[in-house]
Ligand binder design. Structure first.
Ligand code: AP5
Ligand code: MG
Length: 216
């Protein structure tokens, strides 16, 4: 199965992508995680994108498509869930063509619908375990007591100004991608509010109902 999760910052794309990867044996490909790893490793790519991520600006399309192409080839275009990609119309057009050429079109895009107020509440108290990649929320999904506090990081783009800007960028550049995706890929909209298990059940529900999906 080849999926993409779509939605605003803090919609739960990373949280649910990890769960889908686990339940369906998919590789999880998050462009944000790839950029953050490059920043941590101080690679050329990392140096190029540090300021963009911190400010909540998008990385240029050619750079982003390039890193996705590299990762998809490494996965042999097998079974994967894309998280945070595509998020411009140019990326979506490139992706649909690239996956068609590879004979590996997406089976579905699942869009998580969450209002802006919830996004702010979610991101301002998110913590990420740098060692395992686990995503927590201090109130909604607290880290287990045995995870050392120094491992739990607050993302630099989860500061109030950056959150506000990421939401603006989402509405201006990413929300319009929905129309393109609806025209080219099976597109499902899921209510992303409620508990983590509840949202997962909704996603699994739409995927299971769509009997055309390979591997479901
Ligand atoms: P990226 O890392 O993709 O960030 P994002 O899209 O802004 O999304 P987030 O990771 O903040 O949120 P999420 O939807 O994954 O939610 P999560 O599961 O963590 O991108 C970062 C940056 O990289 C971009 O700004 C850009 O600079 C660059 N970039 C990345 N992709 C790019 C691209 N394609 N093109 C150009 N540039 C790109 O959950 C959030 C919080 O909510 C957590 O605390 C979690 O525990 C909690 N939570 C999750 N689900 C629930 C629930 N149901 N109820 C309550 N709380 C919940
Ligand atoms: Mg994420």
């Amino acid at each position: 199965m080849r999926l993409a999760l779509f939605g605003p910052p803090g919609a739960g794309k990373g949280t649910q992508a990890k769960r889908l990867a686990q339940s369906h044996g998919l590789d999880h490909l998050s462009t944000g995680d790839l950029f953050r790893a490059a920043i941590r490793d101080e690679t050329d790519l990392g140096r190029r994108v540090t300021a963009l991520l911190k400010a909540g600006e998008l990385v240029p399309d050619d750079v982003t498509n390039g890193i996705v192409a590299e990762r998809l080839a490494a996965l042999d275009y097998g079974a994967f869930v894309l998280d945070g990609y595509p998020r411009t119309v140019a990326q979506a057009e490139w992706m649909v063509d690239h996956l068609a050429d590879a004979g590996a079109p997406l089976d579905a895009v699942v869009s998580l619908r969450v209002p802006d107020e919830s996004v702010v509440a979610r991101l301002s108290r998110r913590r990420t375990d740098e060692e395992t990649g686990a995503i927590y929320h201090l109130d909604f999904n607290p880290p287990p007591a045995d995870v050392p506090a120094e491992r739990l990081k607050h993302r630099s783009d989860d500061e109030p100004d950056a959150i506000r800007h990421r939401l603006e960028v989402y509405h201006a550049e990413t929300a319009p991608v929905e129309a393109y995706l609806r025209a080219h890929v099976r597109f499902f909209e899921v209510d992303g509010t409620g508990g983590l298990d509840e949202v997962q059940a909704r996603i699994e529900g739409v995927l299971a109902q769509d009997r055309g999906l390979a591997g479901v």
